[in-house]
Ligand binder design. Structure first.
Ligand code: ZN
Length: 333
C-alpha cells in the first residue's frame, strides 16, 4: 500500500525540482482517470477532495474510492488531501477518514467568503498543525486571497501574498506547505487578458525560505481546445481563460511544488460527454458517456504530469508511513 504523507511527495519534488498536480475528484471515473495517468507516466500523485466533494459523495464513498486507488496501484505513491478545509473540525473529519494531508484555508473565515486578519489566520492554522502533526498528517496553509470563486470558496477579492508576512506565517504556524496568491484565480473565467504571475513574490520567499513548499491554487490552463469542444457541442463558455502552462512552469524552479488542477478536468469531462450526446443521441447507457469522459480526463492528466515534470518519479523513493512522519515532527519539536 502506498498511501503516503503529502509532505514526502513535496520533499521529493523539491529534490527533483519538479511539481505535482493536485487533482480534484468527486467520483469513481475521475479517480480512475487520474490513476491511469499516474500509471502510464509512473508519477506520484496527490488526489484531493474539497469539502463540497466530500459532502456530495457522502464522505465514505469518496474515502473508499480513494482507498481503492491505493489498493489497485501499490507501486504509485498517493497522498489523499483535503482541499480548502475551513476549520479545525473539517480537518479532524478528513483525518478521521484517513486523509494524509489537509489544507486549512485560514485566509477566509468559516463561511469561505470573508477574508480574515493575519492573526485569525495564524490562530486557526496553528490549531490544525497542532492537531495534525502528532498524527503525521501534512498541513497546507494559505496566505493572501485569490480571485475567482470555486466550490463556493473565495472572497472575490485579490490580495497578493506579502513575502515578509509569509516568512513570519510559516515560522509561527509550522505549516508544511503554503498556498500563495500570485495572480492565479479559481474557476474557468480567470482573466480578461493574458495573465502574468507575480514571479518576484515566489522568488523572494524562495530565497529567504528555500525549504518551504509553495502551492498554486487556481492553476488550470483552461485549454482552448477543450473549451472549443464544449462550445462545438452545444455548450456555452465564451471567453473562458486560464493560466498558460508556460507561466506555471516558470515558478517551479522557485519552490512551487503543488499545482491545483480542477477546472481543466471538469472541461475535459464535460466536452467528452457533450460530444457523445450530440453525435449519438440514441445512447442512454451511462458507460457510453462516462467512459469517454474518463478517457478524456486521463489524456489531460498524462499531459499535465509530463509538463509539470512529475512523470517518471513514482519509484524514486521508499514510501514513508504516518509513524515515520510522527517521529519526524517530534524530532523537529
Ligand atoms: Zn483553491
Amino acid at each position: 500500500m502506498a498511501l503516503v504523507p503529502m509532505r514526502q511527495l513535496l520533499d521529493e519534488a523539491a529534490k527533483g525540482n519538479y511539481a505535482l498536480g493536485a487533482y480534484n475528484v468527486n467520483n469513481m471515473e475521475q479517480i480512475q482517470a487520474i490513476m491511469a495517468a499516474a500509471q502510464e507516466t509512473q508519477s506520484p500523485v496527490i488526489i484531493q477532495a474539497s469539502r463540497g466533494a466530500l459532502k456530495y459523495s457522502n464522505f465514505n464513498y469518496l474515502k473508499h474510492l480513494m482507498l481503492a486507488a491505493v489498493e489497485e496501484n501499490p507501486d504509485i505513491p498517493i497522498a489523499m488531501h483535503l482541499d480548502h478545509g475551513n476549520s479545525l473540525e473539517s480537518a479532524k473529519k478528513a483525518i478521521g477518514l484517513g486523509f494524509t494531508s489537509v489544507m486549512i484555508d485560514g485566509s477566509l473565515k468559516e463561511d469561505s467568503k470573508t477574508p480574515t486578519s493575519y492573526e485569525e489566520n495564524v490562530e486557526v492554522t496553528r490549531s490544525v498543525v497542532e492537531y495534525a502533526h502528532p498524527l503525521g498528517v501534512t498541513v497546507e496553509g494559505e496566505l493572501g486571497t485569490l480571485g475567482g470563486i470555486e466550490d463556493g470558496v473565495g472572497s472575490g477579492k485579490v490580495q497578493l501574498t506579502d513575502p515578509d508576512q509569509a516568512i513570519r506565517f510559516v515560522e509561527e504556524t509550522k505549516v508544511d506547505a503554503l498556498a500563495v496568491a500570485i495572480g492565479t484565480s479559481h474557476g474557468a473565467y480567470k482573466f480578461k487578458a493574458e495573465p502574468k504571475l507575480a514571479l518576484e513574490i515566489v522568488r523572494d520567499i524562495n530565497q529567504r525560505l528555500p525549504e518551504l513548499h509553495m502551492v498554486m491554487h487556481g492553476s488550470s490552463s483552461v485549454p482552448r481546445e477543450l473549451v472549443e469542444i464544449i462550445n462545438a457541442y452545444g455548450g456555452k463558455m465564451p471567453n473562458a481563460k486560464g493560466v498558460p502552462m508556460t507561466e506555471i512552469k516558470s515558478v517551479i524552479p522557485y519552490g512551487v511544488r503543488k499545482v491545483n488542477i480542477d477546472t481543466d478536468g471538469r472541461l475535459a469531462i464535460t466536452g467528452a460527454i457533450r460530444k457523445v450526446f450530440v453525435e449519438t443521441p440514441e445512447k442512454f447507457d451511462p458507460r457510453d458517456y462516462l467512459g469517454p469522459a474518463r478517457a478524456a480526463l486521463t489524456e489531460l492528466v498524462v499531459a499535465k504530469m509530463r509538463e509539470l515534470g512529475t512523470a517518471g518519479h513514482a519509484g524514486d523513493f521508499v514510501p514513508k508511513t504516518m509513524k515515520d512522519m510522527q517521529d519526524f515532527y517530534k524530532d523537529k519539536g
